[in-house]
Design a protein around this ligand. Structure first.
Ligand SMILES: C[S@@+](CC[C@H](N)C(=O)[O-])C[C@H]1O[C@@H](n2cnc3c(N)ncnc32)[C@H](O)[C@@H]1O
Length: 319
């Protein structure tokens, strides 16, 4: 991408930036001095966050006084503002993980720790053609759009029109308008999936196994199916259904736990509180057409498909 120098004078300082001539969607709102329309995240002395949108002439009110938005407009990120009650607040733009946790919700969102895993383990790359369902509140859609970029494609399917509307608002607020790579369809994925030659499909829904036939048709050979499910019963049914379907390789399943730490002098220890459970992830890759899935090297654990097993494949003589 070509580059050009841009000079901005703001907050009494001159800023020179090496700015690409045409910036990726949303990038201009992620750097430089605060502008009208930017999201601002304030942190108070107790570490609590407050998020608002900058508007000329408005004031931000707290129970310890107020300050005018104009104090921040043109100021660099990392500025400290004081309310009329002399309480100091640190002002920064919210990062995407902050944004998705504070935005309006319809359905439960994919947490940043899982979104990071999905981007890495489903190998989402710039220019990728990705299908996603459901959209819920649009948390994962926003992460995916940032990763595929303006030259990629994200087609998101959501069965509930009210959730699709909330998600659209959240995504467009984050990028400062519509994203050129995004299409949003209201309807069930398994009945509406029209895309072909898709590189990646990400499912975050109650019953991913209902979508396997449609997903298998849409994916390119080598393409990745990634599913995010909340319970062990959903995980088991999804994995067994993928095996049974016969057009994917052996699925991999895992979960992530993030434990934050308190680091202060000699008191260096894990924090007392953590998010103990969000969901399980799995990935499987689309085989070439007509290929038999390779035999599993390891035999199933004794009793894994015993007489008590009633999941997919239980009627097909596996035991
Ligand atoms: C947990 S939410 C998704 C959250 C979303 N990934 C996010 O990060 O904000 C699950 C969504 O899937 C939708 N859904 C369930 N089954 C679906 C299907 N077969 N096709 C399309 N959407 C579906 C539900 O309406 C719900 O909004």
């Amino acid at each position: 991408m070509r580059e050009g120098r841009a000079s901005i004078t703001a907050g009494g300082r001159a800023w020179t930036t090496l700015a690409p001539m045409s910036e990726p969607t949303g990038a201009a709102r992620r750097r430089g001095p605060f502008q009208v329309g930017d999201q601002v995240q304030l942190t108070d002395p107790k570490g609590r966050h407050y998020t608002f949108t900058l508007e000329a002439g408005k004031s931000f009110h707290t129970h310890k006084g107020a300050f005018p938005h104009d104090e921040l407009i043109g100021a660099p990120e990392g500025t400290v503002v004081r309310t009329t009650g002399n309480v100091a607040y640190l002002a920064l733009r919210p990062l995407l993980p902050d944004y998705v946790l504070s935005m309006p919700r319809g359905a439960a969102v994919v947490y940043p720790k899982d979104a990071g895993q999905i981007l890495a383990m489903a190998d989402i790359f710039p220019g990728a053609r990705v299908v996603e369902a459901g959209v819920g509140s649009g948390s994962l859609s926003t992460f995916l759009l940032r990763a595929v970029g303006d030259q990629g494609m994200l087609h998101s399917y959501e069965r509930r029109a009210d959730f699709a509307e909330i998600a659209q608002g959240n995504v467009e607020r984050y990028f400062g308008g519509p994203h050129p790579a995004w299409r949003l369809t209201v309807g069930d994925l398994q009945d509406n999936l029209s895309d072909t030659e898709v590189d990646r499909v990400i499912l975050d829904m109650l019953a991913p196994w209902e979508c396997l036939e449609a997903v298998s048709k849409a994916l390119v050979p080598g393409g990745i199916l990634c599913a995010y499910v909340a319970t062990t019963t959903q995980l088991a049914r999804t994995v067994e259904s993928i095996r049974e379907h016969g057009t994917f390789n052996e699925p991999a399943a895992w979960e992530t736990m993030v434990r934050t730490w308190h680091v202060e002098g000699l008191a260096v220890r894990p924090d007392h509180r953590m998010i103990g459970h969000t969901g399980f992830l799995l990935t499987a890759r689309r085989l070439a057409d007509g290929v038999e899935p390779p035999m599993r090297r390891r035999r199933p654990a004794k009793g894994a498909y015993g007489e008590d097993y009633s999941g997919p494949g239980s009627g097909s003589g596996r035991g």
